[in-house]
Design a protein around this ligand. Structure first.
Ligand SMILES: CC(C)(COP(=O)(O)OP(=O)(O)OC[C@H]1O[C@@H](n2cnc3c(N)ncnc32)[C@H](O)[C@@H]1OP(=O)(O)O)[C@@H](O)C(=O)NCCC(=O)NCCS
Length: 154
């Protein structure tokens, strides 16, 4: 198992996972642009036996990190892969030259699995964005402070 930064060859599989798991999935062209041209984006992948099982695309903007796209293959969920990706992201944040204080995540109001995941991982609800998505569903906003005291091996 490894978590690493995405390479060009991973982008097709990332788009396939997004299609399988997300309500408004972005396509391979988007992920290529994200990977190649978006200076604030980092895409991490979780790989097991040379298969990509999940990815996390996040943005770094001043002292805030935002989870932009995040998904684990349906049949591989609830095995700790999402947690492993999130922890890998947190380790990257701790190594940034300028401190990153907070991680943001927006989630559809009806996405109970993601809400339970974020709450389990220590995120707290702080706001609601009415009709945020193109189908007019509300977004719930969550945040988590970056814990610089926590030992990296935890
Ligand atoms: C959200 C998502 C990425 C979580 O990934 P995952 O690999 O299933 O999560 P993990 O197995 O790493 O779970 C980590 C912890 O959260 C808990 N958890 C995860 N989903 C949960 C749920 N539905 N209910 C209760 N607890 C849950 C796990 O029990 C685990 O707890 P533990 O650390 O005590 O063992 C995954 O469900 C997913 O891809 N969902 C579809 C796409 C999506 O909604 N993305 C988020 C958009 S904002």
């Amino acid at each position: 198992m490894s978590v690493r930064k995405a390479e060009k060859e991973d982008l097709r599989e990332i788009a396939a996972i997004a299609k399988e798991c997300l309500t408004e999935p972005l396509d391979e062209v988007f992920f290529y642009q994200e990977w190649k041209e978006n200076p604030i984006a980092t895409i991490l992948v979780y790989e097991e036996e040379k298969r990509i099982l999940g990815f996390l695309d996040f943005y770094l903007y001043f002292e805030v990190a935002s989870i932009a796209q995040f998904a684990v293959r349906k049949r591989e969920q609830k095995r700790g892969i999402g947690k492993t990706l999130l922890k890998a992201m947190e380790e990257i944040l701790k190594k940034e030259k300028d401190p990153i204080w907070v991680i943001n995540a927006e989630v559809r109001k009806t996405n109970q699995n993601a809400i339970l995941f974020y709450e389990h991982m220590g995120f707290q609800y702080y706001d609601r964005k009415p009709q945020y998505y193109s189908d007019k569903e509300d977004a719930l906003c969550y945040y988590k402070g970056v814990d610089y005291e926590q030992n990296s091996s935890n």
